[in-house]
Design a protein. Structure first.
Length: 298
């Protein structure tokens, strides 16, 4: 079924009738297509459903193209990012093309689906701006972090599940809650992997988030556990390129303080709630998607 989504995206790109865009798109690694998977599992594989899944994946791909420019990220999915290969201007414009074509196609689905998805794109843009602004100082406020990841990541998964529920004539609330929890947990685990996984496996430099100024949940918790001296040291390393020994100091503190487990447990609570919701509806394959997310190594 995912194949039909890939073919639909290719068709949308071909319709742009631009050789450069077709060849640039061909160089983009596809990723897990998690949002498309959710949509298909909730709503089946009618033409409107496949189109919606293709649109959401195009918007998601666009947001990552822009995000890599914003984050100065030169790798994506263990490969050179498009901005690394062709520069920021090309990456930004391919992003603009993908999401505006996505929006154009969204008009052909339904007003309700279009509202659901476009509202999420507003949220995801607001979330990305918040991420940038927050990274200018050492954020110690967990609620602000949670709101930011809701907007930046969970809003599009929430809307994907909600749009699919609309298309399938299912009630939207629990599916949206499922998508939201999945998105929140996904970002929390992504943030954990930045600390726990070595640079080679991760496909991007380790502790890249902290170097970029992002204090994700484990940093917020770590700061709370530290004495004044260590708090001062941690703050002094924020947003800077770290030496080997500074990275090691942070990683050791993360491991010995138990904040990694604490953050992971929080993501797990969200996943468990999502699983209970879907089990109640007899949506076993949606429960399995949630389960697989929490089983990722951290
Ligand atoms: C990845 O976060 C970023 C997002 C999920 C959202 C990015 C959104 C925008 C750039 C807004 C513009 C939107 C459009 C449609 C053009 P991350 O940096 O924490 O994750 P990463 O580790 O995958 O880079
Ligand atoms: Mg990024």
């Amino acid at each position: 079924m995912l194949n039909a989504v890939e073919r639909k995206i290719e068709q949308f790109i071909t319709e742009l009738d631009d050789k450069e865009v077709i060849s640039l798109y061909a160089k983009l690694p596809h990723g897990k297509r998690l949002r498309a998977k959710l949509i298909l599992k909730i709503a089946g594989s009618s033409l409107a459903v496949v189109k919606t899944a293709a649109i959401v994946e195009m918007i998601h791909a666009a947001s990552l193209l822009h995000d890599d420019v914003i984050d100065d990220a030169y790798t994506r999915r263990s490969q050179p990012s498009l901005n690394a290969l062709y520069g920021n201007k090309t990456a930004i414009m391919l992003g603009d093309i993908l999401y505006s074509k996505g929006f154009l196609e969204l008009n052909n689905i339904s007003i309700e689906v279009a509202k659901m998805v476009s509202n999420a794109v507003v949220q995801l843009s607001l979330g990305e701006l918040k991420d940038v602004s927050l990274s200018k100082k050492f954020n110690t406020d967990k609620e602000i972090y949670l709101k930011m990841i809701y907007q930046k990541t969970a809003s599009l998964m929430e809307a994907s599940a909600g749009a699919a529920a609309l298309l399938a004539d299912k009630e939207t609330q629990s599916y949206m809650r499922y998508g939201k929890n999945l998105g929140m947990a996904f970002q929390m685990i992504d943030d954990l992997l930045d600390i726990t996984v070595d640079a080679k496996t991760l496909g991007k430099p380790a502790l890249h988030d902290f170097v970029e100024g992002k204090t994700t949940l484990p940093y917020i918790y770590l700061y709370e556990t530290m004495n004044e001296r260590d708090k001062h040291t941690l703050k002094s390393l924020h947003g800077k390129i770290l030496s080997e020994s500074e990275s090691l100091w942070i990683k050791k503190a993360m491991h010995s303080s138990g904040v990694l487990q604490k953050s992971y447990a929080e993501a797990k609570v969200l996943i468990e709630e999502a699983i209970v919701l879907m089990n109640k509806k007899g949506e076993k394959s949606l429960s399995s998607i949630a389960m697989a997310m929490i089983e990722r190594e951290f």
